[in-house]
Design a binder for this molecule. Structure first.
Ligand code: SAM
Length: 224
């Protein structure tokens, strides 16, 4: 019989539904009793799993986690302009993973700032688009509307916006924001209403809010 570590939320000694990100040790018990399903990684069973993954994926091979996520990804994509190695991009990839985005498109420079991604890019589809024209070409081929996210003239408030079920939400960078080309490529421009004195929130915060907003309208997985 297989014995497994106690991964029940109530077994965790903290207030979240997941155990601490410090991870779990080697699988307990005799090796002969370890689980043999192909998605388990023998190295992790032997040495423990300190990755920042939810309890369900403890000891799973990285590629198996990605394949499992592929079964239930949402139908929105995320794109971010990358002309200045903006450090928000890593955080956006991390949020895209958390909210089940289909793919993140890096528009502009191929190399992107991975700080903040916390290696979530291993579980997330991330593709490169040379420029806005390349993103437009991809979006047209896929039949996916581009929704620009920024607080620029002509934008509509996200709170009243009906998200298309399939779409790519496009974000700008710290400082310049979205380029004119990006705004021109969009079917709609959507802003997150602010109430303070600052002109904008940072791009990764805007991305998390936007993904959350889409999920509220469309996710079949959201609690009701
Ligand atoms: C820090 S903002 C810079 C540009 C901003 N328009 C300004 O005037 O300061 C960087 C990016 O974050 C996103 N963003 C920031 N605040 C936003 C808001 N209130 N509504 C929608 N997007 C926002 C946009 O994608 C924007 O291009």
């Amino acid at each position: 019989m297989t014995t497994s570590p106690d991964l029940r939320p109530e077994a965790a000694n903290n207030e979240t539904h997941e155990r601490s990100t410090s991870g779990v040790g080697p699988w307990p018990g005799e090796r002969a009793d370890w689980p043999s399903e192909p998605y388990y990684d023998p190295e992790l069973l032997e040495h423990g799993d300190t990755r920042n993954v939810i309890d369900r994926y403890r000891y799973w091979r990285t590629e198996s986690i990605k394949e499992d996520l592929d079964q239930q990804r949402h139908t929105f994509h995320v794109a971010i302009e990358n002309w200045q190695h903006d450090m928000n991009i890593g955080s956006i990839v991390r949020s895209a993973n958390a909210f089940g985005a289909d793919t993140v498109h890096i528009v502009g420079r191929r190399r992107w700032n991975k700080r903040g991604a916390m290696v979530t890019d291993r579980y997330q589809h991330v593709e490169h688009r040379e420029d806005i024209d390349a993103l437009i070409e991809w979006a047209q081929a896929e039949g996916v509307p581009i929704i620009a996210i920024d607080n620029v003239p002509g934008c509509v408030p996200m709170e009243t916006f009906d998200w298309p079920e399939r779409c790519v939400m496009l974000f700008g960078q710290e400082g310049p924001g979205l380029t004119d080309e990006a705004v021109a490529a969009a079917e709609a421009v959507v802003e997150i209403t602010q109430y303070g004195s600052t002109r904008s929130i940072n791009a990764s915060a805007a991305a998390a809010v936007s993904m959350y907003s889409w999920v509220q309208q469309h996710s079949p997985l959201r609690p009701r």
